[in-house]
Ligand binder design. Structure first.
Ligand code: ADP
Ligand code: MG
Length: 324
């Protein structure tokens, strides 16, 4: 087999003497979408900041196409085709989409700046190739977070990025926007772009990732093909103990004999809840599980009074309440 696109080997990193990454191996194959998983503090962002040139490594090596490289700065990483997709943060709100995409390049153009018309033409073509319907002449500040993220992706591509790092890209997106992002990821894959995808949402892993690497306490616990994964095994890799033991651990005595603290009876909303019944007793932790779009957020919105309850009722300590 040919060398992987990227190989990070034996990576070590400590902050003020505290080891955060210990002997981490991480590989990317050209054109794959690779999910990087692990609990909070596992070291995902630190590993990616090393790849991005924001942090220098204490130990270990990085190879691209089988050649050792030094990634001491973000500029060096960018030269090697590595780009981080930030949310809105690296875009200038008062400039247009086209100006933002070509911001860093404008200055470099010999023989003066490119004119706006030319920038807009190029940006339009790039966005079109991605299947993104955003007007290049519009000011960034007028776009949604999701659209800004797509502009970030276009910007990275305009700088010839081959490896895109997406750290929790769906954290502030609505369902429909997540679907749009997944379609873009498909297009990126068709162009041979390699993606590192960090998320806490395992259903997204199943939807987009070819392989996963799981970090725990600064070490790699495994790399696997997504098609070989079962959800239970994946959760066990992440939390480091069997799912049954994890459940035992979290079980608390709850008195379910009295009137529920909160009860939903046949609650339906315009946002898509149909006839939902729930009972929640004092001190109880109720998990809402389901795929994207199954109504988890909608349920919370209804209880919180953001979405109007059209049918059914909500009771607090047995008393019907109207939460507006
Ligand atoms: P993850 O992204 O997986 O949640 P991080 O890479 O952000 O994990 O953090 C891993 C560990 O490194 C955490 O314990 C965190 O507190 C620590 N850490 C991260 N960045 C720094 C820093 N700049 N200085 C000191 N400690 C840090
Ligand atoms: Mg992180």
């Amino acid at each position: 087999m040919s060398a992987p696109l990227l190989r990070m080997a034996g990576i070590g990193k400590a902050f003020s003497g505290v080891t955060v990454l210990d002997d981490v191996d991480f590989e990317l194959r050209a054109g794959e979408t690779h999910a990087l998983l692990g609990g909070n503090g596992a070291g995902k962002s630190t590993l990616m900041k090393i790849l991005q040139g924001v942090y220098t490594l204490d130990r270990g090596t990085v190879e691209i196409d089988g050649e050792p490289v030094e990634l001491g700065s973000p500029q060096a990483s960018r030269r090697h085709g590595i780009a981080m997709i930030f949310q809105e943060f690296s875009l200038v709100p008062t400039l247009t989409v086209a100006q933002n995409i070509y911001l860093s390049r404008e200055a470099k153009t010999r023989g003066g700046l490119l004119d706006d018309r030319e920038l807009e033409r190029r940006a339009g073509r790039l966005l079109g190739e991605l299947g993104v319907d955003i007007d290049p002449r519009v000011e960034i500040g007028r776009l949604s977070t999701a659209s800004m993220q797509l502009v970030e992706i276009a910007k990275a591509l305009s700088q010839d990025a081959r490896i895109l790092i997406m750290d929790e890209p769906t954290a502030s997106l609505a369902h429909s926007e997540v679907d749009a992002l997944f379609q873009i990821i498909d297009r990126l894959k068709q162009r041979g772009i390699t993606i590192v995808y960090i998320t806490h949402r395992l259903e997204e892993v199943i939807a987009v990732a070819d392989r996963v690497t799981v970090l725990r306490d600064g070490g790699v616990v495994g790399t696997q093909k997504t098609s070989d994964l079962d959800m239970q095994g994946l959760i066990e890799l992440i939390v480091g103990r069997s799912v049954e033991r994890a459940m035992e651990h979290s079980e608390r005595p709850v008195d379910r004999t009295g009137v529920p603290l909160l009860e939903l009876r046949g609650v339906s909303t315009a946002s898509g809840l149909h006839d939902v019944d729930i009972q929640l007793h004092a001190g109880e932790i109720l998990g809402l599980a389901g795929l994207m779009g199954s109504g988890r957020s909608e349920l919370a919105r209804a209880v919180f009074g953001i979405d109007a309850v059209q049918r059914g009722e909500i009771l607090l300590r047995g008393n019907p309440v109207r939460i507006r």
